[in-house]
Design a protein around this ligand. Structure first.
Ligand SMILES: [Zn+2]
Length: 260
């Protein structure tokens, strides 16, 4: 984790400039050069692999599992939802964090056992990385017309996140969102955020997921009988307060039918 943090701290500017140049300037009419890829964690352009935004084990490798992107309403399978990462960041650094989190979930029987602070911090780090990957993915995904809405050539040049009504269609906000997301990952201590992580026991059989950039993320992992809800910025006096807010957001999301 230390070298992932160091890589990110050293390369934040390079990665952000790259994303801005490739997906935002391009959307404004500059389309001469083909898209080039770099590792989204260290900036390297060598030995690139596809890092799954949502880890494969989480959606149980079912290739038909999908979520709906908010802008164009088209299904996107988790399996095809990837961002570029070099082989070292992907199979060594990120893999290590994921394995650690899986072990943490396997070792606990919720709600009877308690998570140590160190374990909670590890889960928070992992969720922060998910948020970043989701933001990169939506920035690098172009608007695709849906059959229902017809083809809109003007929008086809823009990335989904730039068109997101939640961020007022502002490229500057997309970039500052990415920057805050990377900044969070590069900070070691999560001690101020402990109450912002809620861990539930779940008996649902279906994988569940929803996310709002820089705001919150919900993930339900049936094979571990666990669901996590995390607030990226809000802090709470105690975890009960966070749990109540999380539950009301979950209820709202499932009522709207936007979560899958
Ligand atoms: Zn890398």
């Amino acid at each position: 984790m230390q070298s992932l943090r160091t890589n990110i701290r050293r390369n934040t500017k390079f990665i952000i400039d790259h994303l801005s140049d490739q997906y935002i300037v391009r959307g404004n009419g500059k389309k001469n050069n083909p898209i080039s890829s770099i590792c989204m964690f260290c900036g390297s352009n060598k030995d690139l692999t596809r890092e799954h935004v949502i880890p494969k084990w989480a959606f149980e490798r079912k290739t038909d599992k999908f979520f709906l992107t908010t802008i164009n309403g088209l299904p996107q399978t988790y399996n095809k939802t990837t961002i570029p990462a070099c082989i070292k960041c992907n199979s060594v650094l990120l893999n290590e964090i994921e394995k650690h989190v899986l072990r943490i979930f396997s070792n606990h029987n919720i709600p009877d056992s308690y998570f140590s602070n160190e374990e909670l911090e590890q889960v928070i780090r992992w969720i922060e990385i998910l948020d970043y990957k989701l933001q990169v993915f939506s920035l690098s995904t172009k608007f695709r017309a849906s059959k229902k809405n017809g083809h809109i050539p003007f929008l086809a040049d823009h990335s989904i996140s730039v068109l997101d009504p939640n961020i007022d269609y502002s490229p500057a906000k997309v970039i500052s969102g990415l920057r805050s997301s990377l900044k969070r990952i590069s900070i070691k201590s999560k001690s101020g955020q402990m109450n912002s992580l809620v861990i539930f026991k779940t008996r649902n059989k279906e994988f569940g997921f929803f996310h709002k950039n820089n705001d919150y993320l919900f993930l339900e992992l049936p094979q571990k009988q666990v669901a996590v809800f995390y607030f990226f910025q809000k802090v709470f006096a105690d975890v009960v307060e966070a749990r109540d807010q999380a539950l009301s957001i979950i209820k709202e999301q499932y009522k709207e039918g936007t979560a899958s």
